[in-house]
Write a protein that binds this ligand. Structure first.
Ligand code: HSE
Length: 455
């Protein structure tokens, strides 16, 4: 099997020789990229106008790399464990970085750029944390850095935000952009199981990593929403300013109560334009069960974008996996191939906006975020408790949307009160919660989950 789609061809544009790609890392996505490029080479060449050929693969496990490439192709593809030799190779036009993380991957990407290579990467962590430095280096050298695969796997959300929606002033984006946590939340809701039980099951099934921290603590989603925020609003990537909460302390009880009130709980990445800044946050969120995005189940991803001209748009698909992610990597390779000869100043800017036209809107601290809230309070079952709580909320100018009180069981002297509030500023909610928790009739810390109507 070879992945060359160049050479003799019936279409005129492919008189140009093939573009030579150096692949760094041939794990799941690398192997998927290799296979899809090979299987669809004719279609891809028809679209790109010339062949796209993987000429070198760097992987620490060269034996595995050779077996994935296939015996027949190892003459055409140089396999090495020295990734730096690939990024410095003068015959390589484009480097595809699929190593991940921001250690060696950062060094390799910067070295590739320094050697005038275009870069395609699926590495959200790298771009969310070091994107500004990488894009500045790429601008200096006049090369492209393409990253469709970094956000929501196979969903072409980067292209949509950067190009398809370019007429719009984007108002907000809300996305289910981590499949692992969406799978866990779906299972918790379906089976009523605890977070810990479902995580264990997800690990056994191979849906969750052995170390699931990045996924379950919201870090992976925060990397992705950071990148979308930069492209949507024309601001630098600012992962360090994102507010990040995962799902590890979410209780099955709250999923149940939310359901009774007509809501689902999803881990959302949210970024919203406000008058004086940008909200950038990841946290479990109640959303009305009737919204399309509330019905995105299992490991699927979905991103909802609200633009002033287009209105509401939603993008749905697989956010991970070998071929869905390869689909995005190859789309970037085709994009790069098509614009290789374009003057760098006339290409689509890395972050959608011209570099000298970036906005300096700050990322708002979480205390300034506006949201509605779900509050669960464990209270003594006594007269006047609800009145005390609602008085505190009224004093804080927080309007109540719904109240649910569980009937205490036989002989039980405590019960749960669940309140849904209208939209307020988070610091107002914090102050009200502190006063509520200080009531002698409120017997434990409040559970607070943000609620977004998405309307
Ligand atoms: N681990 C991610 C997820 C996929 O569960 O969606 C890669 O970002």
């Amino acid at each position: 099997m070879t992945v060359s789609s160049g050479g003799a061809s019936s279409f005129g544009a492919s008189r140009l020789g093939p573009v030579h790609v150096g692949l760094l890392g041939i794990g799941t996505v690398g192997a998927g990229t290799f296979n899809v490029l090979s299987r669809n080479q004719h279609e891809i060449t028809r679209r790109a106008g010339r062949g796209i050929e993987i000429a070198a693969v760097a992987d620490l496990d060269t034996a595995r790399a050779r077996s994935l490439i296939g015996e027949g192709a190892t003459d055409a593809v140089r396999v090495t464990d020295d990734a730096f030799s690939v990024v410095r190779d003068p015959t390589i036009d484009v480097v595809v970085e699929l190593i991940g993380g921001y250690g060696i991957a950062l060094k390799l990407v910067l070295e590739a750029i320094a050697h005038g290579k275009h870069v395609v990467t699926a590495n959200k962590a790298l771009l969310a944390v070091h994107g500004n430095e990488i894009f500045a280096a790429a601008r200096e050298k006049g090369v492209m850095v393409a990253f469709e695969a970094a956000v929501a796997g196979g969903i072409p959300i980067i292209k949509a935000l950067r190009e398809g929606l370019t007429a719009n002033r984007i108002d907000w984006i809300a996305g289910i952009i981590n499949g692992t946590t969406n799978f866990i939340l779906s299972e918790m809701r379906d089976k009523g199981s605890s977070f810990e039980a479902v995580l264990k099951e997800a690990q056994q099934l191979g849906y969750a990593e052995a170390d699931p921290t990045f996924d379950i603590e919201g870090i992976d989603a925060a990397h992705k929403v950071t990148i979308m925020s930069a492209i949507a609003f024309g601001i630098p990537v600012q992962f360090e300013r994102a507010h990040v909460e995962g799902i590890s302390s979410l209780q099955a009880t709250d999923i149940r109560y939310a359901e009774q009130l007509g809501y689902r709980i999803k881990l959302l990445g949210i970024t919203r334009r406000r008058e004086h800044g940008i909200e950038l946050r990841v946290h479990p969120t109640l959303i009305p069960a009737r919204r399309l995005i509330a019905n995105v189940e299992g490991a699927m991803n979905a991103v909802w974008v609200k633009g002033d001209a287009v209105g509401h748009t939603m993008y749905y698909g697989k956010g991970a996996g070998a071929e869905p992610t390869a689909s995005a990597v190859i789309a970037d390779l085709v994009d790069v191939t098509r614009t290789l000869t374009v003057d760098p100043g006339n290409r689509v800017p890395h972050l959608a906006f011209q570099p000298d036209a970036m906005a300096d809107l700050p990322i708002l601290p979480i205390s300034e975020v506006e949201s509605a809230y779900y509050l669960r309070l464990r209270v003594a079952d006594e007269p006047g408790v609800l009145a005390d709580i609602t008085r505190i909320l009224a004093d804080a100018q927080i309007s109540i949307d719904a109240v649910l009180q569980r009937e205490p069981g036989e002989g039980e002297h405590q019960t749960d009160i669940i309140l849904l509030t209208h939209v307020t500023v988070e610091k107002q909610c914090d102050q009200a919660i502190a006063r509520i928790e200080a009531l002698s009739t409120v017997v434990s810390k409040a559970t607070r989950i943000r609620l977004e109507d998405l309307n």
